[in-house]
Design a protein around this ligand. Sequence first.
Ligand code: NI
Length: 167
Amino acid sequence: MAIYPIRTFGDPVLRTPAAEVTDGAESLQRLVDGMLETMYEAPGVGLAAPQIGISKAIFVADVGEGPFAMVNPEIVELSGSWTFDEGCLSVPGHYWSIKRPGYCKARGTDIHGNEVVYEGEELMGRVLQHEIDHLNGMLLLERLPRRTRKQALKEMRERQLGMIESP
Ligand code: NI
């Protein structure tokens, strides 16, 4: 297994919609093992393949109920509303209070191509939405209210340019 370097804000792979996964189970198992190891090491509760530079529609997560992976997932249901201090391993050191639907249901497959459905409220619902956003080339910054987003992007750019110290 391998711990992958995590791509951070500014890397174009994070803005690129991920390609549909067509790989076989054996190579997906290796990828999932490495992604989980990377996620736990970080530590984080979810990690999408683009975050390690692989533009494929697969993510792993563990919200405390054990690890799972979803291949080619799509959101099929959203409801309610929940505000949560959300962070992202690709935007390290930052948390923003973000309001999203509280409940999310997602459908996809496991690494063997069998259909799987994951759903949940609060943290589970949030992780499903956050990781599927990554697969659509979207970061949590885009979920911020306009003014907060402008300020956050300014801060990110300054940090990239070394104008202010990283956390
Ligand atoms: Ni993230």
